[in-house]
Design a protein around this ligand. Sequence first.
Ligand code: AMP
Length: 215
Amino acid sequence: MNIILMGPPGAGKGTQAELIKKSFPIPHISTGDMFREAVANGTAMGKEAKKYMDAGQLVPDEVTIGIVEDRLAQDDCEKGFLLDGFPRTTLQAQALDKVVAKRGKSVEVALNIFVPEDILLLRLSSRVSCTTCKAVYNTKFSAPATAGICDQCGGKLAQRNDDKEETVKSRLKVYQEQTQPLLDYYEEQKNLINIDGNRDSAEVFKDVKAILEKL
Ligand code: AMP
């Protein structure tokens, strides 16, 4: 199963990836999570990536493609992968095609979760995540039982640096300019499936699951 999760920031890719992982045993590869981990660990790559992340810009292709290629070369990706937040540029999509083609495979489905922009802005401004286990909450739509505390592990909840209003605006602009054109790329390959993400995450997952069960 070689799956790509697409959609603008705040569409619910991370939430769907968590649900997919529970039903389908494939590794979840989130480039955003990989960069955040590198930032938290203070690595040279993390320091470089942080500059772009804080500005709401994309980390350069050569860096991003390099870390994804390394990750996909690991044994657990042999039976497939769930990519979340990658590819985001045409160069990244072409690089991914080359990696999977080398194994005699192809990307099977690009799931595009679409949500109107006003809803994305609302969701991103109220999104918080656990600083320990990374569980995601929304103070307006899916609040934790106790404000500021993770239901799952008791960790502290915090807003992501790049969910601040100004950064969110540039992330959405970058999405429209650099990532949205990729939808045509996958449409031409006949593996784009659009999913209405402006619903409860369990409802969205019903559709996602039905699609993946057919693969
Ligand atoms: P995300 O958690 O997917 O929203 O990613 C957070 C940030 O990490 C993005 O705003 C980018 O700065 C960076 N990033 C994540 N994935 C990519 C990618 N595929 N290409 C370039 N930058 C990325």
